[in-house]
Design a protein. Sequence first.
Length: 385
Amino acid sequence: MKQGLSLRVSQHLALTPQLQQSIRLLQLSTLELSQEVEQMLDENPFLERTAEEAQREEFGIDSVDAPGPRDEEPSGAGVASPGDGVAATSSAESEAPATDSAEIADAQPDWEGDGTVEMAPDDSEWGGDAPASANNISSNDGGDRADATELARSQESLQSFLHRQALSLRLGENDRAALRFLIESLNDDGYLEDSLPALASGLAGDDNDQFDDLVHHFQVALGLLQSLEPVGVGARDLGECLAIQLRALADPHESDEVAQVRKTAIAICRHPMELLARRDFKRLATLTRSNEEEVRKALQQIATLEPKPGRRFVDVERNVVVPDVIVTRSGTGTNIRFRVMLNPDVMPRLRVHDIYAGALKQHKGEGSQALSQRLQEARWFIKNI
């Protein structure tokens, strides 16, 4: 054994529980941090949200649907003023025509369904393809008609818009029920995902006679559904959706060349969509018995169509994306710099519960050590965030 002296320099980092928690929180995403905060709020009674944070639906997103605080309501909300009666009467009178028209439409005598439809006298407003509804008259100046886009802006759902149009159709009880069922079976894009036999089987069960009768009524209702606005609704696949829109573009005054291009486009939609996606002009020209130039023009026309008729009715305003970080640009020319900072709106706002902390401070004694540790954990957690 040999003895000797040596000198070494080393550095050790002792990770305290507070430092370990801080490092772990830094690695969490916004969603994981929100879950961590929710767990801490459930486990630690000394933690609470700030007054501003308590009014939020989620961290960083203001609650747009929640009613405002009571103290923000007008002081006269519960007291009727002399002008309130007039305003209420005017509002009721403005809403009465729409209600009456709906009741009148429902009260019209139905006649048994052979699939035929009696149209309202102003069908020209719908381009000749879809029936007009008396309830689609706007109450704005001049009684302008509300198109699908305007109704979408008012947050009307696709199903409600279709039901409004269906009020103008004078159908038998069974056909009307079948049309309502198909409307409610549409997905958000306006497609009918289930086949008619599958829908009928779910209602009829093992009754074959009822099954055949349901399929017949569904076939009639499907034709009516596909004639409504928006054009292309009720299709069972993309090709059928595009073909419906192309047929709606038919114009008796169009030239032979335009009509031929439209027919070629309809023929293309009957073939697999993979050929359309690959833009296989030669293969499509062979299948449709046309030349490549017609196929190119047909594809240009197809590109102007709407593949998802119900998309305009989807409420996208509520799908708010809140960024985790914010990048700002400053300077010009060669001195351009970018500054990256965390979005303060996504950070949870917490504080120590004053009442509980004050009560613990005044009544220290046996059993308070565990509560004091919880209070310290709450302070550490707030500091680490």
